[in-house]
Design a protein around this ligand. Structure first.
Ligand SMILES: NC(=O)c1ccc[n+]([C@@H]2O[C@H](COP(=O)([O-])OP(=O)(O)OC[C@H]3O[C@@H](n4cnc5c(N)ncnc54)[C@H](OP(=O)(O)O)[C@@H]3O)[C@@H](O)[C@H]2O)c1
Length: 242
């Protein structure tokens, strides 16, 4: 590794789709010592065999986090996938408190684009309040506000190619979709090189709407398809279920 920043580099959510890619980026760039935190260490036996220090840690159980973060270092907190109201923020609060207790020197956190009070996204408050808790610790930090994963379009994309229409409740809304792979590169780079406290928007190169996504899918599939922006209306639902 060419920079002077020292580990250990600690990655939570290490068995997840994003966390596993962050770990591969760190390994490729000599980001060691490397600690992988997961609720299911047995799933990461292959990583352990490659020299990664795999430790158990569950944000819902603060008693596991002292050992998980022991020794300090630079910590990536991957936001959890628990959308039950109140649970995710409580879990993040546990992780942030344990980071402070363990003497973590830099926190990287995966947030969401524009999680401010005006956000119509129901779970934006989890990210807004997690960001605030991190700031309150006084620990240098990097907030990565990841935009929507482009990878998720593959799920609706396959259905669109099958039915000939892309269903979306987004109206004319646009997003700067970004791949998980790019989010993972950004997180690894932040762990390896960021100093001080920074807030970064992690997005794709341009904002695209569903009409443009349908055009791309048409090109890929070699078949014309349109967008049904009334998705969620009873007539739209009926047309799909028929
Ligand atoms: N930008 C977007 O479009 C978008 C879309 C979906 C989700 N997200 C967010 O991005 C995160 C990472 O995405 P992903 O695709 O990697 O999701 P994923 O594959 O479903 O992984 C979810 C991660 O959350 C961790 N986790 C869940 N509960 C936990 C707990 N109690 N304590 C510690 N860790 C816990 C899991 O870690 P272990 O299983 O290893 O313990 C796992 O790595 C998601 O969790 C979610 O917050 C963003």
């Amino acid at each position: 590794m060419s920079n002077a920043i020292k580990g250990p580099f600690i990655v939570t959510g290490a068995s997840g789709q994003l966390g596993s890619q962050v770990i591969e980026n760190l390994l490729a760039q000599g980001g060691e010592p490397l600690v992988a935190i997961t609720r299911t260490p047995e799933k990461l036996a292959a990583l352990r065999a490659r020299g990664v220090d795999v430790r158990a840690g569950d944000f819902n159980d603060p008693t596991t986090l002292g050992k998980a973060f022991a020794g300090g270092g630079r910590l990536l907190i991957i936001s959890t996938d628990d959308l039950e109201p109140g649970k995710r923020l409580a879990a993040h609060r546990n992780a942030i408190a344990a980071a402070q207790e363990a003497g973590i020197s830099h926190i990287v956190y995966t947030s969401l684009t524009n999680p401010d009070e005006s956000s119509p996204i129901t779970f934006a408050a989890d990210h807004r309040e997690s960001e605030a808790l991190i700031k309150q610790t006084g620990i240098p930090h990097t907030i990565l506000r990841n935009c929507l994963y482009a990878d998720l379009l593959l799920m609706s994309g396959a259905q669109a190619i099958g039915t000939g229409a892309l269903y979306a409740a987004a109206g004319d809304g646009k997003a700067g979709y970004v791949t998980r792979a790019d989010c993972a590169r950004a997180a690894a780079a932040a762990l390896l090189s960021e100093t001080g406290s920074t807030l970064r928007d992690i997005t794709g190169p341009e904002a695209v709407g569903h009409a443009e996504i349908a055009a791309i899918l048409s090109q890929v599939a070699g078949k014309e398809m349109g967008v049904d922006k009334t998705w969620g209306s009873s007539s739209s639902l009926r047309s799909v279920l028929r």
